[in-house]
Design a protein around this ligand. Sequence first.
Ligand SMILES: [Cu+2]
Length: 158
Amino acid sequence: MKRATVLLVTLLTALLLAGCGGKAEAPPAEKPDMGGMEMASSGEKSPAALPPVTSEQGLFVVQATSQLDPLAINQLHSWILHVETPDGQPVEGATITVDGGMPAHNHGLPTEPQVTEELGGGDYRLEGMKFSMPGLWELRITVTADGKTDTAVLELTL
Ligand SMILES: [Cu+2]
């Protein structure tokens, strides 16, 4: 009986240790995500918050954040656009138009997105965004403020 008990305890201990080992190995599971982020520039899906882009003439810096996260095809959704000057001053009272498409396929956006609301602090709500297929998309965001117009070209991959 005693031997059997010792054996049982040994077995249980081994099981517990194995359990702990399993838990200890759980955190490295995040490694593939980090790898994915590193490969973001080589065709991986873009994050919902795109990196800031300076407009072609250097007048504005535009940062676009999808309210649909993660990005997905065939879903109507809105974005928040943040516009500031290169020295970090929010651009308010701007008129913004957006078009875009897939450069590799020579087609435009399936919808006509509109800026519907200025939220303050250089933020604007862009409604009616939709992507109809996976691949590389280009967004051309044209900003007019204080009589000056410039276009920022953003790229994203779905
Ligand atoms: Cu296409």
